[in-house]
Design a protein around this ligand. Sequence first.
Ligand SMILES: Nc1nc2c(c(=O)[nH]1)N[C@H]1C(S)=C(S)[C@@H](COP(=O)(O)O)O[C@H]1N2
Ligand SMILES: [Mo]
Length: 386
Amino acid sequence: MREPRSAARTRPEYYRGAVIPGTSDGGGRGIVKPLPPEWFVPHDGNAEMRWDAPTGPGPHTPNERFFVRNHTRTPRIDPDTWRLRVHGSGLRGPDAVFSLADLHALPATTLDAVLECAGNGRRFWAEQQGTPAPGTAWGLGGVGMAAWHGVPLGVLLERAGLGPAAVDVLAVGLDPEYRVGGRNLGRVRRPLPLAKALEDVLVAYGMNGEPLPPDHGAPARLVVPGWVGVASVKWLGSLEVSDRPLESPWSTEFYRLFGPGQPADGGPALTRQSVKSAFELAPGAVLAAGRTHRLRGRSWSGAAAVRAVEVSTDGGRVWRTAELLDPPSRYGWRRWALDWRPAAPGRYGLRARATDLLGRTQGAEAPFNREGYLFDAVVVHPVEVV
Ligand SMILES: Nc1nc2c(c(=O)[nH]1)N[C@H]1C(S)=C(S)[C@@H](COP(=O)(O)O)O[C@H]1N2
Ligand SMILES: [Mo]
């Protein structure tokens, strides 16, 4: 297994918020909440969660520390005048319109789910595999887990008059239209197959026991558990229910795999997230030799609960089973810990790999794709023992 080139040198700088070549980091432009540098790494209007900042006693990521991924900027929406319109050929009758009070009056549920950007871990394509990918150079902090509270989308669609011929639901956000490369692609929107919509998707208006914060989609967003973050459309304005398959640039152009092993014109629109693990430790952390250190981290998978996590401190030769601190969770992550007593000073690359209940695991290399989505290889975490 190759060691990342000069990782110990570049990563600590990056985690202090340095500008990364190839991106134009703008200090969290367009995000409403404060982004203290000890909690976040800014990426040109997006904010990455730092894994070395303690995140409280439980498994949930506090709202004020949750990563933000915006195509444009966070809109401020008046919850009193906000309406969600449901329309389209897949409904039996006319449009249905819901106010926030209407949503509050519908049956609600709470679900622990990881929300993760498809591009999370993108910088490791360059650092570990020598194949840099364009786009936001996330470390592993384009992810968080919250207890999402809201109305099951299936319940809402039934109330709206879901018809038997419906196949797709297109969620449209109320944030500004997305302009890129001289084109206006319109509002952020992405179709969702009806089967998933009816399975476990939420129209969420609560996050970790609080109303949804502005940056995370207030007054209501989709939460599509286990799927790439872009499916979870924020600031919901409308839902088109269609009796024909729908598409948008977010399902045809972005968030698909292009490259070897894919059809010539690209793979299908991305759905499930891959398996990942992260240490709750600063990259390049300095640890004392001859002492016992409790290594902590979290692992998650979009397809099933995490079953086991193994850690290697010797370059991937010996793997030890980590202690799992949370019960299995279908869509949540599991925290883990493992004691390590490094005998000798030097530079080490810590490795963690998770396996989920479907047997999906993390290997030494992730299969290349042009846009650098779904990095699921073991990420080598540099530390220095002194
Ligand atoms: N309307 C809208 N929804 C959106 C986005 C956006 O820019 N606009 N970004 C998407 C992407 S790419 C991700 S990864 C998640 C991020 O959610 P968060 O900012 O609450 O962490 O929201 C998704 N939903
Ligand atoms: Mo994303």
